[in-house]
Design a protein around this ligand. Structure first.
Ligand code: 2F8
Ligand code: CA
Length: 209
């Protein structure tokens, strides 16, 4: 009678166990290190995913979302803004956290039932300069359709402009494509810059009842 067959490895030596054909068992130290490495990779991936989704701003600020709360203290029937948006004279303004190229920034406004900021009068400009707090932001002003003809994204009349001295100059030194998108400089005055550059942005929408 033949006894139970012993498993041999490729070198013809007896194998340690059928469940572990090639590797020696891990020591508890190796197991601990492996577990820590797996946890670290998971944490890193989670952080990267969170950073990606939170770039635009907090997730509860989307006015297209019926669950998105309104500004605390708002009275029923009065126009108001969703949490995370600033209200001023019938408009709600969203100041992004992250920086994106102009079109991607505009798309972010559009998916929030808004559009990039349109400045209609000196009071609105003053308010936004104060709120922008010396940070650059894209605004909804562009001459992409026709060089030198600056239009607001909502096609409203250009009633006031706040170009910085010498702007818009369609500078081609930095980008050969020129400069077709306007942003607020740290001073609050405007500059035309390459639309592919990444800046923060301001969305605007009407305050809703
Ligand atoms: O001097 C004004 C000029 O400064 C920079 O170009 C050298 C700006 N470019 C960028 O911010 C990319 C121009 O837009 C600006 O007109
Ligand atoms: Ca410029």
């Amino acid at each position: 009678m033949r006894g139970p067959e012993q498993m041999l490895n490729l070198a013809g030596e007896p194998q340690q166990s059928p469940g572990d054909p090639t590797m020696p068992p891990l020591t508890s130290r190796q197991l601990t290190v492996l577990t820590l490495v797996i946890i670290a990779i998971k944490l890193l991936l989670t952080t990267l995913v969170l950073l990606f989704f939170l770039q635009a701003g907090p997730p509860y600020t989307n006015p297209g979302n019926p669950l998105s709360p309104k500004t605390p203290g708002s009275t029923a029937g009065e126009p108001s803004c969703h949490l995370g948006w600033e209200q001023y004279r019938g408009s709600c303004y969203f100041f992004s956290w992250g920086s994106w190229p102009w079109q991607k920034a505009r798309n972010n406004c559009l998916v929030q039932n808004a559009d990039l900021l349109v400045i209609g009068d000196p009071r609105e400009q003053d308010y936004l300069v104060r709120k922008a707090n010396s940070t650059r932001y894209w605004i909804g002003f562009t001459d992409q359709r026709s060089e030198g003809i600056w239009r607001w994204v909502d096609n409203s009349n250009v009633t006031v402009t706040y170009w910085s001295t010498g702007e818009p100059n369609n500078e081609v030194l930095v980008s050969t494509a020129g400069e077709n998108c306007a942003h607020m400089l740290e001073t609050g005055l405007w500059n035309d810059g390459p639309c592919t550059f990444s800046y923060k942005w301001i969305c605007e929408r009407a305050a809703s009842v």
